[in-house]
Design a protein around this ligand. Structure first.
Ligand SMILES: *Cc1c(COP(=O)(O)O)cnc(C)c1O
Length: 452
């Protein structure tokens, strides 16, 4: 399996190269040449497979021969060594909890898989790789935890001082070893600008082997398909596939869901649940794709004004149009007869924008009436699903609960008037010492630091 740049279909690389580079030299995102089809037997009998086996079957065609089967099985097992429970909330709505990993958000899966692949691929390098990443909160923790102790890889994380929650900050700053946290006296946009400047600085790139660990890396993006298969494995009514609502910002997670569906996973319909950052909802309604500056909201991991992965979603549907026999199995979204047209983007995907007021009301509603405490991102996903189901009686669905509510305690605790207990696996964090290097929001300071 090779990967091409969405800016130039002729530029093809292996999974290994795509993982090391992150982005193509022409700044295009990498996309796989084919979307594999999984055997019907596998989909129909998914209950009989272990989670490790499911994940291995899903990802193996994408990795191809860049890892041995034994190496890939080990990496997969280490990536998913925690739970992904499907919890009933109402008779029609289930929560797929993706926050049982070490940093309490779904990004753990992608970060754990990518870090292990990259660590393996750079083993024979004669100089260490430096992963440089800017974070508004969740990415940094997942990347720090995923790369902690990986030989041959140093990680430098830039985060905006005072603008991440205390749990998030501890996740970034307490590991030590090969993980360095730079505390920037500025905003997330400053951090991102400084990282971008570093990637395009020839002097710096002469001295260091720099790469990024953001969600456009194929090794972070593709393993996110696992969640959707784990959801199907636990889905109680296999005759009626679920509607799946995905809290979306950069659209990497939902794009992985659409890849899973393209491989044959039964899904009735997808909903991209957005906050006030509504580029995609507006596009699906009007056909106009207008990027905007990100607007701050309570579900801040989705504050994205120009979702990088949306071009990949368009590519999935372009590919479908060009290969008529690749129609995925799905109850409503795709026709089952051989002569039917391939499904269009709007048949399969809808997208809505949920305000902060609605998010707050939903957190309270779920807590009060259903004894379930969502985080702000999960609440956006739940409300988008509830609205869709109200308009489609008879359907049932799943929302992805992408983070543990304690990560956003500053939003959630005042609403419910009590404090959220910290899960056991993160309690030790509270006793650790924060170590960060403070720098001004100035690229020259970042460069000096990296060269020193
Ligand atoms: C990153 C993140 C999202 C958005 O995921 P995308 O793949 O960028 O669409 C949603 N919820 C939480 C909690 C996140 O950390």
């Amino acid at each position: 399996m090779l990967y091409y740049s969405l800016n130039n279909p002729a530029a093809r690389v292996t999974f290994k190269e795509a993982t090391i580079r992150g982005q193509a030299p022409d700044k295009g995102l990498y996309f796989p040449e084919q979307i594999p089809r999984l055997p019907k037997e596998f989909i129909d009998n998914i209950d009989r497979y272990s989670r490790e086996e499911i994940a291995f079957q899903v990802i193996a065609p994408y990795v191809d021969d860049t890892l041995t089967e034994e190496e890939l099985r080990r990496i997969v097992a280490e990536t998913i060594n925690f739970d992904f429970p499907l919890i009933p909330i109402t008779p029609d709505i289930y929560s797929l909890e993706l926050f049982h990993g070490p940093t309490l958000a779904f990004k753990d899966v992608g970060a754990r898989f990518m870090s292990r692949c990259l660590g393996h691929f750079v083993r024979d390098n004669n100089r260490p790789v430096t992963v440089l990443v800017a974070t508004s909160g969740d990415t940094g923790g997942a990347v720090a935890s995923g790369f902690y102790g990986v030989e041959g890889v140093n990680v430098v994380i830039l985060y905006p001082s005072g603008k991440v929650s205390s749990v998030q900050e501890l996740q970034l700053t307490t590991l030590g070893k090969n993980i360095i946290a730079l505390e920037v006296d500025g905003t997330f946009d400053d951090c991102q600008r400084m990282v971008k400047e570093a990637f395009s600085d020839p002097v710096l790139n002469d001295h260091l082997f720099l790469t990024s660990a953001n969600s456009i890396n194929v090794a972070r993006w593709l393993p996110q398909q696992f969640y959707y298969f784990f959801a199907w494995q636990q889905w109680p009514d296999k005759q009626h596939p679920p509607v799946i609502s995905v809290p979306s910002g950069n659209f990497g997670n939902i794009c992985a869901g659409l890849m899973a569906w393209s491989s044959g996973l039964p899904v009735n319909h997808f909903i991209a649940a957005c906050n006030a950052n509504n580029v995609v909802p507006v596009y699906l309604q009007t056909g106009e794709y207008r990027t905007k500056a990100a607007q701050p909201t309570l579900s801040n991991a989705m504050d994205v004004g120009n979702p990088s992965n949306f071009v990949r979603i368009l590519e999935i549907f372009d590919k479908k149009l060009s290969s008529p026999n690749a129609s995925p199995s799905s109850a409503n979204a795709s026709p089952s007869s051989a002569n039917a047209e391939p499904p269009s983007l709007r048949d399969v995907l809808s997208s809505v924008s949920i305000s902060d007021e609605q998010t707050v009301a939903t957190i309270l509603d779920l807590y009060t009436h259903h004894h379930y405490l969502p985080d702000p991102h999960g609440a956006v996903g739940y409300l988008a699903l509830q609205r869709y189901l109200a308009a489609h009686p008879g359907d049932k669905g799943i929302f992805l609960e992408t983070a543990h509510p304690v990560k956003f305690y500053d939003v959630v605790e005042p609403l419910i008037g009590s404090s959220i207990p910290l899960p056991e696996n993160v309690k030790p964090l509270l006793n650790r010492q924060k170590h960060s290097v403070r720098i001004a929001p100035d690229y020259a300071q970042l460069k000096d630091f990296l060269l020193s």
